[in-house]
Design a protein around this ligand. Sequence first.
Ligand code: C2E
Ligand code: CA
Ligand code: CA
Length: 401
Amino acid sequence: MSDLNLSGRRVLVIDDQPFVRRSLVHILANLGAEEIAEAGDGDEALEILAAAAPAIDTVFCDLQMPGRDGIEVIRDLARLELDVGIVLISGEDQELLSAAANLAAEHGLRVLGNLPKPVTAEQVSALLQPMARGPRRGGGGPAVAVDAGDLRMAIEGGEIVPYYQPKIRMATRSLESVEALARWLHPEHGIISPGVFIPLAEENALIDEVTAVMLEQAQRQCSQWAAEDLSVQLAVNLSVDSLERLDLPEYLVGVTGEAGVPPSQVVLEVTESRLSDNPTALLDITTRLRLKRFELSIDDFGTGYSSLQQLQRLPFTELKVDQAFVTGAAEDEKARSILESSVDLARRLGMKIVVEGVESQADWDLVADLGCDLAQGYFIARPMPGEEVKGWLEQWRQRQT
Ligand code: C2E
Ligand code: CA
Ligand code: CA
């Protein structure tokens, strides 16, 4: 039946309804799965998983089952630390299915997708397509083995450099600012993403050094652009760890002063998820940063737990809505609701509204309609080396005409 190659896959189907189970087994067999086991409930599933040799690598699991339900099975899979991909199936509504998928992902399980019942061969094959083609572990690319010692040398050796991603003023379609995003240009591993080395830097007290090399290079780039008649604001990412240093405002004034960039041209982005770590110190430093005229942005808004009270008491000037509520929001009612309320909230609080993750014309049209101030995303540009920005800007201007 298929051009898919599931050979070598060892699958377990867990569903209390024999008919559903049989039809899924039939579909998987047609797709070429090597071994297909069946379980009528969670307990039976656990026994099979524990006994299977070679191990099961893919689990299809129903949510609604008598005895142990699908959520409890997810919990067990996580507890047993089994390396399996999981597909959730259910006759319940899509919302419940996505909540369960989120839960599985939060437990660290590899979620391959979810399927509403009745399950069809087309759906299963679409879901398994990337798995059949790609590497076993999804997402993130190959893991690179680097440690704190490597990172320290990389910082000293100039291997940490900023890439720049434009933020566009929607009303005029003009370039308002660029965000500096760190890249590690590793001589052997190639470009290592900040998702890998920023947490490493935070855990090993190296984050201030990363911030310093980023700031110095980005400021130098900005003053060079200014000399070439390109005036842009600069956004840099700050870890909450750095915001706990009481001398941060002085330090930042020092660096910007040396490069001749006024603080009002600099936006400091801080992720929302950790804003509540040390409330008093945070209020102290953010207030002093504002006194010195830096702009302050709450990054990844919607992913953390900042209370409305925190938003009211901290002097942030910009709210940057996380891409999870922007990319594809036109087709996703829940995401759109969160996006709309965030925009509304920011406006009421007198904050500038930035959206990230604008990936398509549909995303752009939606956020333009909502009256967002600035937009950022692959639809406009991907992060790029400093020397490519002017060339991109020329193309962007041509795209407008
Ligand atoms: P962030 O600050 O939220 O940056 C946005 C991330 O989304 C960037 O990933 C960017 O490349 C990506 N992105 C931009 N547009 C789109 C889009 O349209 N679609 C999608 N799917 N993604 C988009 P990147 O560069 O890998 O950075 C990841 C995170 O690492 C950043 O998230 C930021 O939190 C952190 N980071 C980067 N540089 C620094 C730094 O110098 N210092 C600190 N403390 N953190 C940094
Ligand atoms: Ca950011
Ligand atoms: Ca973000």
